[in-house]
Ligand binder design. Sequence first.
Ligand code: DQA
Length: 147
Amino acid sequence: MRILVINGPNLNMLGIREPDIYGKRTFRDLEQSVRAWAGEIGLDVELYQSNHEGDIVDRIQAALGRFDGILINPAAYTHTSVAILDALKAVGLPACEVHLSDISSREEFRKFSYVSLYAGKTIAGKGFDGYREGLVWLRDRIGAGGP
Ligand code: DQA
């Protein structure tokens, strides 16, 4: 089972960026954790990070036929990007949305997620562990044969 893990803008700044909200661990730490968890549950993962909306759209489109599911933290594009929502709909792969922070308890503008309109599951406020939960959810969902 192949899973594409996408991290959106500014997540490459983890460890430096607002540590009171996102913690002190770095983006490299996150990538290492995701690779280790994927290995433990038998998933083959590819990790992609970009600060550019169109590049993320391109990557989602290119996942068609190459991946079985997508784990995505769209970061700020969560709240603005119809294009990322449409790309997910276009490829139709099972998708799980993850956020490090609890977007429902922050500023008003973070409460709405375009990606949630497609994602089969949204996990927020669990820090790095949310990625593990998302991988397990995708494995089970894909194993059950559902979109
Ligand atoms: C985030 C939450 C978003 O609102 C924010 O723009 C991010 C990170 C999170 O992981 O908590 O960049 O997606």
